[in-house]
Design a binder for this molecule. Structure first.
Ligand SMILES: Nc1ncnc2c1ncn2[C@@H]1O[C@H](COP(=O)(O)OP(=O)(O)O)[C@@H](O)[C@H]1O
Ligand SMILES: O=C(CO)[C@H](O)[C@H](O)COP(=O)(O)O
Length: 549
């Protein structure tokens, strides 16, 4: 059990594979990051809505970052390794070699990424079945889940991919297999993205009904017939071959992994909040919502009993915190949308030049520019006439409509840096309103949320965090460690090592409150908060913009 000087010398390595980069950290038993490294990863978009990656590239990036974070330390102190990753689909043949997921036959590109929307037709047919498993994904399966992608491969790449495939992995499970040689899947991946039930296992009738009966015929060996709770120690630990690649000792404990958003949830949701004046103090952990904001945003709320929220994924049993049900709301593009809006604007080169001259990130520059142009007004005042509808890549939650598109109203002919800054602000606000809609949907179904715990790359943006507080009216807790997703991955490694008795115990010990951002009530007057009103009518979604004085 932890405690005392000797245990403080025990370290865990967490590896987080996001959409744009791989990160690793060396973490101690208090959840403090002692070393951090990151490495960008390749993405291909061979045609619109097709997004691909390479499992070999990703493994190489994992090796680069792990080797870096353990430089100069006594390797005997490393007790465990945990992986988390995006829920992308990795395809390998029967000998575990990559298979192409594209018409070009490029087997290096063997991953259909989570944000790939190629399987629109397939997901539509799956949803038409109205099969009972759909109740556990918010009522509507997302094109970002694995069943429609598998069906697409079967229908479009039968000879080059489907017939040759031996293993379809969720990316987090691919990584734990690569490290240990164990093909067991994490309960997290299978429950959240593959329709597996923690209580009932696979439902043969679903796979038969959607035309993927061949997966049932061989007892699910290609998609997983051994399922383990996240944090379970796999096989004999790290294999000698993987140990050499990663620069870590052979035989250390390697955990069954988590999807990245879920690792972020573990990294933040269990923190001791005493003394911060938060409504969730002394309340059940179910009053907390973890929001993991990177390329996308994921809204992770837990409950003791299953809660069915239309348009919000889940309820998933034990998929994040053991023994709790999870609902997962989401916005498919948030960081990616902000980058898209800013980088596509005519004033972007000027922004880049000015930010570089000041040695600032473009977002730090934009935030200070907004402070300049707002003068004495609250910043929300700047977007009274400019509105963004943020569903540029469809709406994941709560509308669960992949056909929705983005929109901007209130554009003028000018395209200077002020316009760029205001468009950026309106985009951030629109994303925060999306979060509010998700929270409202969760609360009307039975959740009772008082406090947000935010992490991910967008947690580094003070404007993004403040807008989430102002627009939801809830305090936002930021962790002591900015890289909280990596703390979540390290928690897995710590559990696998046996140093903590449970995930809950590791969460309580390793996640810590850093800063709390409270909503600014005085800005409410000028936020476009009450401008937005969603109306669902005859199956189509409209929105109304209302002035509120
Ligand atoms: N220093 C920063 N300031 C503001 N925004 C940032 C900063 N760093 C990253 N971001 C935002 O975070 C997003 C990436 O977050 P990250 O968690 O790294 O993504 P992923 O896990 O999907 O790879 C970017 O799209 C960018 O908008
Ligand atoms: O679907 C998800 C979690 O269930 C995530 O959105 C997906 O994994 C991408 O994550 P990120 O934005 O951190 O790259």
């Amino acid at each position: 059990m932890p405690g005392g000087d000797q245990e403080l010398g025990s370290y865990y390595v967490g590896v987080d594979v996001g959409t744009g980069s791989v990160r690793a950290a060396l973490v101690d038993q208090r959840g403090i990051l002692l070393a951090f490294a990151d490495q960008p990863i390749n993405q291909w978009e061979p045609q619109f809505n097709h997004h691909e990656q390479s499992s070999e590239d990703i493994w190489v990036a994992c090796c680069i970052v792990t080797n870096k974070v353990v430089q100069g330390i006594d390797l005997n102190q490393i007790r465990g390794l945990g992986f988390d990753a995006t829920c992308s689909l990795v395809v390998l043949d029967k000998q575990f070699h990559p298979l192409p997921v594209n018409h070009e036959g490029d087997s290096h590109r063997n991953i259909i990424m989570w944000l790939d929307h190629r399987a629109v037709n397939q997901v539509h047919r799956i949803n038409e079945t109205k099969h009972s498993v759909l109740q556990y994904v918010g009522g509507v399966m997302s094109v970002e889940m694995q069943a429609p992608k598998l069906l697409w491969l079967k229908e479009n790449l039968r000879e080059t991919c489907w017939d040759k495939a031996g293993h379809f992995f969720d990316l987090p499970d691919f990584l734990s297999w690569k490290a240990t040689g164990v093909t067991a899947r994490s309960l997290c991946s299978l429950v959240c993205k593959w329709t597996y039930s923690a209580e009932k296992g696979w439902d043969d009738s679903f796979w038969k009904m959607v035309g993927l009966e061949d997966l049932v015929a061989d007892n699910y060996s290609k998609i997983g017939n051994q399922v383990l709770p996240p944090g379970t120690c796999l096989g004999n630990g790290l294999t000698p071959e993987a140990a050499k690649d990663l620069g870590l000792p052979a035989g250390i404990a390697v955990a069954a992994s988590l999807i990245d958003a879920h690792a972020g949830g573990l990294g933040v949701i269990g923190a001791d909040v005493r003394g911060h004046g938060l409504a969730c103090e002394g309340q059940p952990v179910t009053s907390r919502l973890a929001i993991i904001c990177g390329t996308s945003s994921c809204h992770m709320g837990i409950s003791k009993n299953p809660i069915f929220v239309p348009g919000v994924w889940g309820p998933y049993f034990s998929a994040m915190v053991p023994g709790f049900w999870l609902n997962e709301g989401g916005q498919s593009v948030t960081g990616k949308l902000i980058d898209h809006m800013v980088q596509g604007h005519a004033a972007f080169p000027e922004l880049q030049a000015k930010a570089t001259a000041r040695c600032q990130s473009i977002y730090a520059y934009l935030n200070s520019h907004l402070d300049l142009i707002k003068k004495t007004q609250p910043v929300g005042f700047l977007t009274v006439d400019l509105h963004v509808w943020p569903d540029f890549h469809g709406n994941r939650s709560p509308l669960a409509d992949l056909t929705l598109k983005g929109m901007v109203t209130g554009l003028k002919l000018s395209q200077d840096l002020d316009d760029l800054a205001i468009l950026y602000l309106a985009t951030v606000q629109a994303i925060a309103f999306g979060t509010r809609l998700i929270i409202e949907a969760m609360e009307s179904a039975g959740h009772s949320i008082s406090t947000l715990f935010l992490c991910g790359g967008l947690g580094k943006n003070p404007l993004f965090v403040q807008m989430h507080a102002d627009i939801t009216g809830m305090p936002v807790v930021l962790s002591q460690e900015v890289e909280s997703v990596l703390v979540g991955a390290a928690i897995l490694g710590a559990c696998a090592s046996g140093d903590f008795a449970s995930v809950q115990e590791a969460m309580a010990r390793m996640s810590k409150v850093g800063k709390v951002v409270f909503p600014r009530r005085e800005d409410k007057r000028v936020l476009p908060g009450n401008f937005w009103e969603l109306m669902k009518s005859t199956g189509r979604v409209y929105f109304r913009v209302q002035k509120w004085h």
